[in-house]
Design a protein around this ligand. Structure first.
Ligand SMILES: [Zn+2]
Length: 146
């Protein structure tokens, strides 16, 4: 069964992915796997969970199909990128790993983009050498005169 933690992490991944600039990463939409595809891929993966290496079912409440390379990191929906994992601890471990990798990718992408102009206006300080008199005329401060 999918634990509440997993749902939360998935939401976290999606929110992080959503804020990555579109031109930086093109994310494919998720694709449904048929039972036949799952069974074939499960056989190729040795009928085990690719996280812990213990036997798992090709489908059902204790198996989740994950993208080996997350879609957010340029992975595809190709069957060769799909792998069976146990729900619970195994998939939570993978999600934590993916979230970290996606966050790092986002940092690197952000770093590679041109700097944005400052978000708020900054005032320019008045000269320390000049002084503005009450009538508006600007004079050199007496103590700064050479
Ligand atoms: Zn496992």
């Amino acid at each position: 069964m999918v634990s509440p933690m997993r749902q939360e992490d998935a939401g976290l991944v999606m929110s992080r992915v959503a804020s990555v600039p579109h031109e930086a990463v093109q994310i494919q939409p998720r694709r449904h796997m048929t039972y036949g595809e799952k069974h074939r891929r499960w056989e190729e993966c040795g009928r085990v969970c690719t996280i812990c290496g213990e036997p798992c079912a090709p489908a059902g409440p204790f198996t989740i199909w994950d993208h080996r390379v997350p879609l957010a990191l340029g992975g595809t929906n190709d069957l060769s990128n799909m792998e069976p994992n146990h729900t619970g601890e195994c998939s939570a471990l993978k999600t934590r790993r993916d979230v970290r990798a996606i966050a790092k990718a986002k940092r690197l992408i952000k770093k590679s983009l041109p700097d944005k102009p400052p978000s708020r206006l900054r005032s320019k300080p008045f000269s320390r050498v000049l002084r503005k008199k009450m009538d508006g005329t600007v004079v050199v401060r007496r103590d700064r005169e050479v």
